[in-house]
Design a binder for this molecule. Structure first.
Ligand SMILES: [Fe+2]
Length: 307
């Protein structure tokens, strides 16, 4: 027998509503985010399966970009979740209809692709490197919001400066510079699926971004950054992860002492230098990068979320 429930994630400030079948698998799902209860997901198993059966990957991706990704597997533990409650079918249908109407926005426009091309290619002061070609192609295929592309380009450029400095200062240090650059250029790519998180809080774009990259054939060593860029205190975090997180802060001159300390510790261990010496050198670099943060902020805000 079908049943309708809702659960709340305080961490993400998301109310999830489900229609469940008799095995408590999600048949339909609606997620509402934040105090405005903004719809971010309204997805149906039947529609997902139809697209999968057609093996139409592009259509499935476009569906998931628009309507979100359905929770898979049994939700039979839902009764233990925070503020879990049964709701009526009518209550579910009301949020479903509202969310579907909200998410059924017009198809991507020519204007969006033009603005996206500008965000990826426009000259800037100080000069801004382009993201790697494979990332630019991916962003275009996703019809990425122009502002997100501008952000990824800025963070990639700062990561380029940081990794260039690391390479020159510690020529024998073994780290994967290309992975850092890829990670910086894609870290927020999940926001192309969770557009509300481009202008508001939320972390659902992190796992969504990693999944999106995996779906596009990138291996986990590259896709991981989309999920790790905000969690630098995790036990298995690498120097590459830390450098992506650092670039994602310093581009706007945001200084995060505990993150910088972790970077300094790794560099001091690798070089045998005193931590204070490493800190002084890193501080000089980050101050230099921070001096042009205003130009970067102006660049980013010049590009629209929707083209
Ligand atoms: Fe970011």
């Amino acid at each position: 027998m079908a049943r309708w429930i809702r659960l709340y994630s305080a961490e993400e400030d998301i109310w999830s509503h489900y229609e469940l079948d008799d095995e408590e698998w999600a048949v339909r799902q609606v997620d509402l985010h934040g105090p405005e209860q903004q719809p971010i997901t309204a997805t149906a198993l039947e529609e997902v399966l139809r697209l999968r059966d057609q093996e139409n990957l592009a259509a499935l991706q476009s569906y998931e970009r628009r309507y979100g990704v359905l929770a898979e597997g049994s939700l039979d533990g839902w009764r233990d979740a925070a503020q879990a409650a049964g709701i009526t079918r009518q209550e579910f249908e009301a949020v479903w209809i509202r969310a579907r109407q909200h998410l059924a926005q017009p198809e991507p426009t020519v204007a969006n692709s033009a603005a996206l091309a500008h965000a990826l290619n426009d000259a800037a002061e100080p000069p801004l490197r382009p993201v790697p070609d494979q990332v630019a192609e991916l962003l275009k295929s996703l019809n990425c919001p122009p502002r997100l592309a501008a952000h990824l380009r800025l963070v990639h450029d700062v990561a380029w400066q940081i990794t260039d400095w690391v390479r020159q200062r510690h020529p024998h240090l073994d780290f994967d510079r290309q992975a850092v650059l890829f990670g910086a250029a894609t870290h927020d790519i999940g926001k192309s699926l969770r557009i509300a998180e481009l202008s508001g809080p939320g972390s659902t774009h992190e796992a969504a971004g990693r999944d999106l990259l995996l779906q596009h054939g990138f291996d986990d060593a590259l896709a991981r950054f989309a999920a790790t860029h905000a969690s630098w205190t995790d036990i298995d975090i690498t120097l590459e992860d830390l450098l992506v997180s650092l670039a994602d802060k310093v581009w706007k001159n945001r200084r995060v002492p505990d993150l910088e300390d972790l970077v300094v510790t790794r560099l001091a261990q690798a070089s045998g230098q005193q931590p204070w010496e490493e800190y002084a050198a890193l501080d000089e670099l980050l101050t230099h990068i921070g001096d042009t943060a205003d130009q970067r902020l102006t660049f980013q805000s010049a590009y629209p979320i929707h083209g």
